[in-house]
Each structure stands twice: as structure tokens, then as C-alpha cells.
Design a protein around this ligand. Structure first.
Ligand code: PPS
Length: 570
């Protein structure tokens, strides 16, 4: 019988110090310059410390980084496709030098590790993006992260961990490579095929993974990513509850579920190879690679970033050298006449195949429509429905924008009472004036202050929407980009309806209910929207209301009909 596969590079490089050493270093570390790790860096650190990134012992130094970019290898020739770097700000970088030790803090400010700083450099990010991801298009999430979120300077060096990164969720499903290896050994598993996923799994996934395991005569490890996945993905809490239901569908002795705290880069082929190496470190021997594995979607021209089989090609090219067998993901479809799944390439024209696309599945979830049992296990659908209620049960934000005096507050108030009269959801009005008296009392009307004001309103609206309530916002919100940021943020948790109250400036000024226009014309109020400050007209609002043409009651009715059309009322 074969023994369990060796880790990549020959040995598991765990970096957690023993109790005594850790305590001693902890005391010393309080005096080191310290860096607050970002969410992605915490994921990377965890994977370095638990040995999942073996043979890495820390964040890459420059020579290894350059070699990884160029050849997908470390300087000692070991295959390694993904640069694991510690990015920091210029300000922090200017205060540390090679030879220093840097305390690394987690999200709560706890010192979890120390970086033995060996190298510091300013990378050419354009070159990095092209080398690793084959593009500099910021529609690629990792390129966007590199260009717009990550700091400009990289620090390299080994790390010594004082404590393991803490998790309070699904503790029973979190295993280090060493723990999984021991478990495989205990259970007599010497051949293990790993399945990577960042999506809920339905019947077809269960079928194809089970078939892949049978075909490889291997045990099966379902190892979903719970670190960072593609922005917009279903949250890991919902997904893991689904996986827990799904794992019961496999024979108990042959399959296992374990979570991977990886921060994905959505790097297609390079990422697939990286995933395979990571699974090797966890003790797996085979890795399932699908069509467009770890694909980031389309670029800004609407073209896919990678070819559908690029990932499979790259992994298969390296499989012998790295000692991991690639199992190509065989698409299966439901065949009506057989009342079961079959590999797509074995189905002939005489048979009726059935499928529900990802988009159609989401539509059915959103609209509370039937999802057939042949497509997904009822327990899985039930879990997803809890966190993805149909539109009728979702929260939403109605966001008014328009000039001062356009009628935003009046319509917003009319809408508020109508929604309260209907009942069913809690409704909150975040009117411009009210917000400025409370949440934003310290702000003025410069571009920066207006943006801060709208971001605050957006933050509160998002929380209300996420909790299933209705937020009605009625600020001027003169800048398109800030409105878009609020839309994006709220849309990820519920509905967002933008209403442009388009009453023209001369009418608003003619009404001048607060006497502000007169003061603005006299120069007594500076930066007044429409007079001495810009207003960017919304291009595609869900609704456009001009208060010259309707009463507040009529306007509120029009909005209710729109909400009904979108499915939020009904
Ligand atoms: S913004 O741009 O969205 O942050 O503005 P907002 O928070 O909605 O605040 C607008 C209300 O403040 C009063 N006000 C001014 N508006 C525009 N420009 C200047 N300089 C200004 N100074 C005071 C005005 O009453 C706005 O209320 P509404 O309800 O829109 O008339």
C-alpha cells in the first residue's frame, strides 16, 4: 500500500512556535514596529503558518518574487505559481529595514506573528499583473486589489507565529494540513481526490465529485474556500451550512468535508496549479480541475480573461513534476428518461437533458419560485432560502437624489407613511436635513464632506437593508460616483432603487421654501448645489419624478408601483 504523499518541497513548514518560545517572543514583540494585517494578509498568514503554503516559510523576498513572476518557480527551482507578498504603506515601509522584526497584528489588534524582515522593495505592479494574471485590466479582482487596495511596498521574510489565527465559526470543520494528514492516515486513506469550490453545491456537483472519486479509486475531500472568494459570492456561512447538508449524501466512510481559509486571487491557470499544490500539502493525491477553474469572469471588453481549458492544460503540464494527478471535471447533466445524471459526452440525441443555469437558479431563489429536487437537494435549497429570501422578504433602499427644494423630503415622507400603513417591514427615513443634524453634524458642503455624508447614509442604509428593513434616503447626493458606490454596496445585500427628483433649478429656486437660494445668490451661502456647486444628473435612475407634474401622493403611488414591479411589494 502506498504511503501518504509528501508535502510540496518534502516537508510541512509549520511556523507556529512552541509555548515557551511564543511567550518569550510575545513579550519582545510589544516593542517591535507593528503592522495591522489586512483580511487577505491574515488568510495568507494562516496558510503560511499551518504549512498549507509549504515550502514557503514566510512572505516572499524579492528574488523569489521575481522568479515566481517569470518562471512560476522559487529560486531553488520548486514550482510555485502565486506571489505571496506582504504589501504595506510607504509610511510604514520607510520606518523599517532589513534585519528588523515586525509584529503582525490580527483584526482585533492581537500580535499573532513576527516577520523577520529580510527584504523591502517597491514592485512594478503593472509587470506583476501581466506576469501573474495575464492582464492589467482592473476588472480582474486580483488586479483591482493590487492596484487599488494593496500598499505600494512589499516586505519579505520568514514569519514566526505566536498563536494560530483564531476562528470562532465552524471550528469542527477547520483542519490544518497536519491534522488532515493524520486523519487520512488514521482512516487508511492513501489516495484522496480534492474538490475545490466557492459556490453552493447542487446534485450535479455531488454526482461529478463522487464519479471522480470512483474513477480515481480514491477517497473524496470536499474542501471549499472560506477565506476570501470572488466579490459578490454567496457568504461562506450559508455555503458551509449547505455543504454540511450535502456531505451526508456521500458514503460516510469514503468522503470528508474540511474548510480552506484561503484568500483566492481568481487567477485562472496559475491559481489552479497553486490550488493543486496546496491540496498536496493537505495530503491529497488528486485534484479536480474544472472548466474555467478559478475564473474571474469577463474583462472590461466583455471577453473572458482565460480560455475555458487553460487551467486544465497548465495543471496537466505540471502534474508529474509536482506529483499530483489532475482529474478533469466531467460535466454531468440530468437525463429525464433515466431520472438521473450522466456525463454530458455520453448523452445521445434520443435523450432529454435538463439543466438550470446559475443565473436561472438565482432568479428562482430571488423570486421564491420552485427549485426542482432533481437539481438540488431540498435541504440545500432550504438553507439558501434562509439567507437569500425572495424579493418579497428582502430589505431594500429607496434612494432619492435631486436639488435642494426639488421635493425629495416631501415625497419621501409620503412614501414613508404609505409603507408604514402597509406594514410588514420596518421603515427608516434618512432625510438629508435630519442626517445633517445627527449623523453628519460635523460636516460642511465641500466635495469631501458631501461624499463622507453620503457614504455614512449608504452605510446605515446597507445595514438596514441587510436586516430586511426599508431605508428611505433623501439627500442631494450630487456626485454620480458616490451614488454608484452606495448602490454597489447596498445591492450586495438587498434591493436598491434610485429616484431622481428632477424638478428643474428655476422651479426649485422659485419655490425657495427655506430661503437658501436667495442667500446663495447673495453669496451668503457658499458651495450651494446648482448655484455655486455642481449636480451630476443621474444617467439611469430606476425612476425620474418631476414635481411640477404630480402631487406628492401621486409620486408616492408611482414609487409603490415600481416597488411592486421589482417584486419588493406583493
Ligand atoms: S449632500 O450634498 O447630499 O451632502 O447634501 P445634504 O446632506 O442632502 O444636505 C442638503 C441640505 O442642506 C441644506 N444646505 C445646502 N444644500 C446644498 N448646498 C449647500 N451649500 C447647503 N447648505 C445648506 C439644504 O437645506 C439641503 O436640504 P434639502 O432638503 O435638499 O433642501
Amino acid at each position: 500500500m502506498t504511503t501518504i504523499i509528501e508535502p510540496h518541497g518534502g516537508e510541512l513548514k509549520e511556523r507556529l512556535l512552541g509555548e515557551t518560545e511564543a511567550q518569550a517572543l510575545k513579550k519582545e514583540a510589544a516593542g517591535f514596529p507593528s503592522w495591522d494585517l489586512t483580511e487577505r494578509q491574515i488568510c495568507d498568514l494562516e496558510m503560511i503558518v499551518n504549512g498549507a503554503f509549504s515550502p514557503l516559510e514566510g512572505f516572499l523576498c524579492r528574488a523569489d518574487y521575481e522568479s515566481v513572476l517569470k518562471d512560476m518557480r522559487l529560486t531553488d527551482n520548486t514550482v510555485w505559481p502565486m506571489p505571496i507578498t506582504l504589501d504595506v504603506t510607504d509610511e510604514f515601509a520607510s520606518g523599517v529595514n532589513a534585519g528588523d522584526k515586525v509584529a503582525l497584528r490580527d483584526g482585533e489588534g492581537v500580535i499573532v506573528a513576527v516577520l523577520n524582515l529580510e527584504d523591502k522593495w517597491t514592485p512594478d505592479k503593472i509587470a506583476e499583473a501581466n506576469a501573474v494574471f495575464g492582464t492589467e485590466d482592473t476588472k480582474h479582482p486580483a488586479v483591482n486589489y493590487m492596484m487599488n487596495i494593496a500598499g505600494p511596498v512589499y516586505l519579505g521574510g520568514s514569519v514566526d507565529a505566536i498563536e494560530a489565527v483564531r476562528h470562532y465559526d465552524f471550528v469542527h470543520l477547520r483542519n490544518s494540513p497536519k491534522e488532515l494528514r493524520e486523519r487520512f492516515k488514521r482512516q487508511g486513506w492513501h489516495s484522496v481526490v480534492a474538490f475545490q469550490t466557492r459556490n453552493p453545491m447542487h446534485r450535479a456537483h455531488q454526482e461529478l465529485t463522487f464519479r471522480a472519486a470512483k474513477q480515481s479509486e480514491a477517497n473524496l475531500l470536499i474542501q471549499p474556500v472560506v477565506g476570501m472568494t470572488k466579490p459578490g459570492d454567496i457568504d461562506h456561512y450559508s455555503r458551509v451550512r449547505c455543504y454540511e447538508k450535502l456531505i451526508k449524501q456521500y458514503p460516510e466512510q469514503t468522503s470528508a468535508l474540511s474548510l480552506l481559509p484561503l484568500a483566492m486571487r481568481m487567477g485562472g491557470p496559475r491559481e489552479a496549479l497553486w490550488h493543486a499544490l496546496i491540496r498536496k500539502n493537505y495530503g491529497c493525491t488528486h485534484f479536480i480541475v474544472g472548466r474555467d477553474h478559478a475564473g474571474p469572469g469577463n474583462d472590461s471588453k466583455g471577453e473572458p480573461f482565460y480560455g475555458p481549458y487553460d487551467a486544465q492544460e497548465l495543471v496537466s503540464k505540471y502534474q508529474e513534476e509536482i506529483g499530483m494527478e489532475m482529474v478533469p471535471f466531467k460535466m454531468v447533466v440530468y437525463v429525464k428518461e433515466r431520472a438521473g445524471f450522466m456525463p454530458m459526452d455520453e448523452v445521445d440525441d434520443s435523450l432529454t437533458t435538463m439543466n438550470i443555469s446559475g443565473t436561472e437558479f438565482r432568479r428562482r431563489l430571488q423570486e421564491g419560485l420552485d427549485i426542482p429536487e432533481w437539481f438540488s437537494f431540498p435541504e440545500v435549497v432550504e438553507e439558501l432560502r434562509k439567507t437569500h429570501p425572495s424579493k418579497k422578504n428582502q430589505g431594500y433602499t429607496v434612494f432619492f437624489t435631486g436639488l435642494s427644494g426639488a421635493g425629495k423630503s416631501t415625497i419621501a415622507n409620503a412614501l414613508l407613511v404609505k409603507l408604514l400603513e402597509m406594514g410588514g417591514r420596518s421603515v427608516t427615513l434618512l432625510d438629508g436635513d435630519i442626517v445633517r443634524k445627527n449623523l453628519s453634524s460635523n460636516l460642511g458642503f465641500s466635495k469631501e464632506d458631501r461624499d463622507t455624508n453620503i457614504k455614512r447614509i449608504g452605510f446605515v442604509a446597507r445595514e438596514i437593508t441587510k436586516a430586511g428593513g426599508v431605508a428611505i434616503c433623501a439627500p442631494i447626493a450630487p456626485y454620480a460616483e458616490t451614488r454608484k458606490a452606495v448602490r454597489d454596496s447596498v445591492s450586495s445585500v438587498g434591493g436598491f432603487i434610485e429616484i431622481y427628483v428632477s424638478t428643474p433649478l428655476d422651479v426649485c429656486e422659485g419655490r425657495d421654501r427655506k430661503g437658501l437660494y436667495q442667500q446663495a445668490r447673495e453669496g451668503k451661502i457658499k458651495e450651494f448645489t446648482g448655484i455655486s456647486d455642481p449636480y451630476e444628473v443621474p444617467v439611469e435612475p430606476e425612476l425620474n419624478i418631476d414635481t411640477r407634474d404630480c402631487t406628492p401622493d401621486e409620486a408616492a403611488q408611482t414609487i409603490l408601483l415600481k416597488l411592486e414591479k421589482f417584486g419588493f411589494i406583493g
